[in-house]
Design a protein. Structure first.
Length: 134
């Protein structure tokens, strides 16, 4: 069974493009415009999700969302995460610090669809294996 993916991005066009690409590959896709909305979805669903979290969002950045999730062991274990950023070198150290807790991956913008699919597939494998660090 294909993983369910949560796309978290404040840009409607980016969310739509990612959703359509993933749906074409057979994924079920949910969307959130803000970190707070994403947190509500992650808490409410029992379905394990691969969350693609944009770094630059108003109110709550992607890293702030991942920090909050890292404090909640249940959320960190139940879901898999990847941070989407145009500045991977700026956030790499903090992502590396969070990775042992939540298995966060990194997807650098601009990305090719094959890169997107690879990140989602790796995160889905971590969910299936029950190991956020696998």
């Amino acid at each position: 069974m294909m993983a369910h993916v949560l796309v978290v991005d404040d840009d409607d066009d980016v969310r739509l493009a990612i959703r359509l690409a993933l749906e074409d590959e057979g994924y079920t896709v949910l969307e959130a415009r803000t970190g707070r909305e994403a947190l509500c979805i992650l808490r409410a669903t029992r379905q394990p999700l691969v969350a693609l979290v944009d770094q630059v969002m108003p109110t709550m950045t992607g890293l702030a969302l991942l920090r909050l999730i890292s404090l909640n062991g249940d959320l960190a274990r139940r879901h898999a995460f990847a941070l989407v950023t145009a500045s991977p070198s700026v956030v790499t150290a903090e992502v590396a610090a969070l990775a042992p807790m939540i298995g966060a991956g990194l997807l650098a913008k601009p990305f090719q669809l094959d890169d997107l699919f690879a990140v989602v597939a790796r995160a889905a494998q971590r969910l299936e294996a029950g190991d956020p660090e696998a």
